[in-house]
Design a protein around this ligand. Structure first.
Ligand code: COA
Length: 208
């Protein structure tokens, strides 16, 4: 077993598959004029999650398909006091925006912290590391800005790889009890163990 593994590993190192196409992806801050492309990212990224809701439309309905709520959430956040223009980032490939993430101002009692989300990668581009690149860029920027902590609601088997732990482990809970099971936090260099209590998102998160 072990020799087979060693052979495979060596093969992968020396001969990357020729069929793999090198796609250049850059992470940059959101710019004026990106809003429609960011809408399209979240419309595509979250479409599958809401497919059933749209599938319930009466047969023959010509009404437009409803957008996933994340599309409206980003727009509301952009107009809210929690918006942090420096921390809204896109993944771009050849002038095409394929992913987006934003961090917005949140709070734990008197302590300002950040909330991450939504994060989305266009359906056809998922599974190639774009989401990880966005996560690392967002967390790195937050850390460099001396933000102490980032909270999010998300999948329990995806975010731990970026250093997220269940909020309850650090004494931090969302102010909506039904969000507790998926609420996770990522302490950064400026984190202090005194930061405990209820996590409050920017207002638009409560309007979903
Ligand atoms: C979640 C998301 C942003 C990740 O972006 P991505 O570019 O596909 O991610 P990466 O290529 O960097 O990483 C792929 C890994 O993420 C995992 N992953 C992707 N979506 C996941 C999900 N919904 N739940 C659990 N794991 C997920 C994949 O299984 C894969 O795992 P592996 O590395 O162990 O094989 C993207 O899949 C997406 O937009 N999903 C739909 C929207 C969504 O659920 N957003 C998060 C909630 S706000």
């Amino acid at each position: 077993m072990s020799s087979e593994f060693a052979i495979n590993a060596e093969f992968r190192c020396e001969s990357p598959p020729l069929s793999r196409t090198l796609v250049l992806v850059l992470i940059r801050r959101e710019r004026t004029g990106d809003a429609a492309a960011i809408d399209a990212v979240h419309r595509s990224a979250f479409a599958r999650e809401y497919a059933n809701a749209n599938g319930d439309r009466p047969p023959g309905s010509t009404a437009p398909t409803a957008d996933p709520p994340e599309v409206g959430l980003v727009r509301l956040l952009r107009d809210s006091s929690g918006w942090m223009p420096t921390l809204s980032m896109v993944a771009e490939s050849h002038d095409d925006i394929m992913g987006h993430v934003c961090l917005t101002r949140a709070g734990i009692g008197p302590f300002p912290v950040l909330a991450l989300g939504p994060i989305g990668v266009r359906a056809g581009a998922q599974g190639h590391g774009v989401g990880a690149a966005l996560m690392h860029a967002a967390l790195g920027a937050a850390d460099a800005l001396d933000e102490p902590l980032v909270g999010l609601l998300g999948h329990l088997d995806y975010y731990p790889r970026f250093g997220f732990v269940p909020g309850a482990r650090l004494g931090i809970v969302p102010d909506q009890p039904e969000w507790t099971s998926h609420f996770q936090v990522r302490p950064l260099a400026a984190y202090d163990a005194e930061i405990k209590g209820e996590f409050r998102y920017a207002d638009p998160f409560y309007e979903l």
